[in-house]
Design a protein. Structure first.
Length: 153
C-alpha cells in the first residue's frame, strides 16, 4: 500500500475511538441490566438507543464540517457544488432526526449512507485524501450495525 493510501494512524485511532458511543449504545440496548446499572450513574440519555441517536446526530453534523473543509480545495463551479453538498448531512440530521424513535434511527442511518455517498463523490473529485473512503467505509459499517441493533424488536 502506498503511503498516500494508508490511513494515518492518528486518523484511524480517532475514528475508532469515535465509534465508542455507538458501541456503548448498542451494548446497553442488548444488555438491559447494564443499561439499568449505568442509568444509576449517568443520565438515562447516555444509555440505549438514545445515546446512539444523539451522538449520531452530532457526528453527522460534524461530518458536514469535514466535507466543508474538503470543499475549500475546490474551485469555481465545483467549489459551489461541494459547499452545497457539504451542508446536506447537518441539515438532514436537523430536519429528519427529531427524537429517539425507530423512525429517527432509520433516518439517521440513511443519513450515514448518504454521507458515505458524499464521501465517495468528494474522493472522486480529488478533494478528500486517497485513504479517506477506506476509513469512512469501515466506520460507517460499524455505525450502521450499531444503529440497527435497537431496531431488532
Amino acid at each position: 500500500m502506498t503511503d498516500d493510501t494508508r490511513i494515518p494512524r492518528s486518523a484511524l485511532l480517532l475514528g475508532l475511538a469515535g465509534l465508542l458511543p455507538f458501541l456503548w449504545s448498542a451494548t446497553t440496548h442488548l444488555f438491559p441490566d447494564l443499561a439499568a446499572t449505568a442509568a444509576q450513574v449517568v443520565s438515562p440519555m447516555f444509555v440505549g438507543a438514545v445515546v446512539g441517536i444523539t451522538y449520531g446526530t452530532v457526528i453527522l453534523s460534524f461530518m458536514s464540517g469535514v466535507l466543508w473543509g474538503f470543499a475549500t480545495r475546490a474551485e469555481g463551479r465545483e467549489a459551489a457544488v461541494a459547499y452545497t453538498l457539504s451542508v446536506i448531512p447537518a441539515l438532514w440530521a436537523f430536519f429528519m432526526v427529531n427524537d429517539a424513535s425507530d423512525i429517527s434511527a432509520i433516518f439517521l442511518a440513511a443519513g450515514f449512507v448518504g454521507l458515505l455517498l458524499l464521501d465517495a463523490v468528494f474522493q472522486a473529485w480529488g478533494l478528500a485524501p486517497r485513504w479517506w473512503l477506506r476509513l469512512r467505509v469501515m466506520l460507517t459499517v460499524v455505525v450502521l450495525a450499531c444503529l440497527a441493533i435497537p431496531l431488532q424488536a
